[in-house]
Ligand binder design. Structure first.
Ligand code: NI
Length: 154
C-alpha cells in the first residue's frame, strides 16, 4: 500500500463527474488499499477516488463503527430519510469546517471490490459520509452546501 497525494479544492479534477468502474481487477484493489491508507493517515472518515486524481466511482469510508472499512464501487443512494445538521469537513479542504444539512438515514447500494452487490444503511455520521463521498463522484463539494462556516481557531 502507498499513501497518495490528496487533490486540494480549486483543482478542476474535483469538479468532474466520475465514470463507473467496469474492471474489478488488481488495479482497482491497489487503488482501494491506497485510498484507505491515505484516508487513515490523514485522519479522515471518508475518501473518494477523485480526491486522489482518479475519475472513477470509488469510495472508502470508515467512521470507526461496527462496519469497519466500507468500500463502495459505483454506489447509488436508494433511500434517504430524516434530516440532520452538523459540522462537516473534507480532506481536500484542510482545516475548514462548516455546517451542512444532510438526511439522517441513508441506504446505499454498491458493488464490492470483487463486483458483488452490497448494501449498507447508515445513520448520523455514516449517513453524512455516504452523502458527502457520493457527492464527490458527481463533482459536488461540501462547500457548495455549507450553511455556515465554522471559524478557524488561531
Ligand atoms: Ni470530501
Amino acid at each position: 500500500m502507498a499513501k497518495r497525494e490528496i487533490v486540494r479544492f480549486g483543482e478542476e479534477t474535483l469538479r468532474r463527474k466520475c465514470r463507473e468502474v467496469t474492471e474489478f481487477d488488481e488495479k482497482l484493489w491497489i487503488l482501494l488499499d491506497d485510498m484507505y491508507e491515505t484516508m487513515i493517515e490523514s485522519n479522515g472518515v471518508g475518501l473518494a477516488a477523485p480526491q486522489v486524481g482518479i475519475l472513477r466511482r470509488v469510495v472508502v469510508i470508515d467512521v470507526d463503527d461496527d462496519n469497519g472499512k466500507i468500500e463502495l464501487i459505483n454506489p447509488v443512494i436508494t433511500r434517504m430519510t430524516g434530516k440532520q445538521t452538523d459540522s462537516e469537513g473534507c480532506l481536500s479542504y484542510p482545516g475548514k469546517y462548516g455546517y451542512v444539512k444532510r438526511p439522517n438515514k441513508v441506504k446505499v447500494k454498491a458493488l464490492n471490490r470483487y463486483g458483488k452487490p452490497v448494501e449498507y444503511t447508515g445513520t448520523g455520521l455514516l449517513a453524512r459520509a455516504f452523502c458527502h463521498e457520493i457527492d464527490h463522484l458527481n463533482g459536488i463539494l461540501f462547500s457548495d452546501k455549507v450553511i455556515e462556516w465554522i471559524e478557524e481557531e488561531n
